[in-house]
Design a protein around this ligand. Structure first.
Ligand code: FPP
Length: 238
């Protein structure tokens, strides 16, 4: 197995470029998403093999609800089929399936499969695999703020006590470490409302590779680049 100087504990990925990949190959957009699933499967397996402890992927954003209804429906079906097919193999690999985002907005049958997948894998310890679905960073921060206000009103929390640590506990990612490495495919140099709070100190790696072409070697390149970065977290070099 390939050796790396440092393995990021938490990798977050914006899996972008499925549509462009499909166009390039004269396919319908949905075929791009289908090939995107293969790239996802390989990335999850390799991340776990390498000892990554948490992998978060942007599977569907809040903004994606505004895509043509046929594409939304196809993505929901893909997600449902993916969960049905993958939860057992992931369970066998001791991987815990989790979600962040506004899950209640998803079609009932997708919610059911997500629930089953989370329930089956909840005691697994090798790697957290977090699907961000119907997720947007701003909406997560607003939901957290509303929950904080409610707890203050119910005298469960004192406003003076709020600090970064307490605020983090109201986010969907509570209890999880912040991403060390943030990967975006397809060359776009944007954060696109993904994990806004959590990526404060993440190293960002952008590759021109379109997501369906993101191979294990591409993941290795990102981890290698991460290993060469010097992380200072706002401090001075010692
Ligand atoms: C971006 O490509 C990708 C998405 C909107 C969804 C990502 C989904 C997958 C990789 C497959 C489904 C995932 C699961 C877990 C079932 P794009 O359509 O924005 O591409 P473009 O920018 O080239 O048009």
């Amino acid at each position: 197995m390939k050796e790396f100087s440092t393995i990021p504990q938490h990798i977050a990925i914006v899996m972008d470029g499925n549509g462009r990949w499909a166009k390039k190959h004269f396919f319908k957009r949905i075929i791009g998403h289908r090939y995107g699933i293969d790239a996802l499967r390989n990335t999850v397996r390799e991340s776990s093999n390498l000892g990554v402890k948490t992998l978060t992927v942007f599977a569907f954003s809040e903004e994606n609800w505004n895509r043509p209804s046929t594409e939304v429906a196809s993505l929901m079906k893909l997600m449902k089929d993916y969960l049905i097919k993958e939860r057992e193999p992931l369970h066998k690999k001791n991987i815990k399936i989790m979600t962040i985002g506004n899950i209640e907005k998803l079609p009932h049958e997708v919610q059911v499969e997500l629930k089953k997948s989370k329930e089956l894998t909840k005691h697994n310890t090798k790697m957290n695999f977090i699907l961000a679905v119907s997720y947007s960073g701003r909406s997560e921060i607003i939901r957290a703020t509303k929950a904080i206000v409610k707890d203050i009103e119910n005298h469960k929390l004192e406003s003076q006590a709020i600090n970064e640590d307490i605020f983090s506990h109201y986010l969907d990612t509570k209890g999880l470490p912040d991403p060390d490495l943030f990967i975006r495919t397809s060359g776009e140099v944007r954060v696109s409302n993904f994990l806004l709070w959590q990526i404060a100190y993440s190293e960002i790696y952008i590759t021109k590779t379109l997501w369906p072409d993101f191979t294990v070697e591409e993941l290795h390149k990102a981890i290698e680049a991460y290993g060469k970065r010097e992380r200072r977290f706002g401090l001075v070099k010692t």
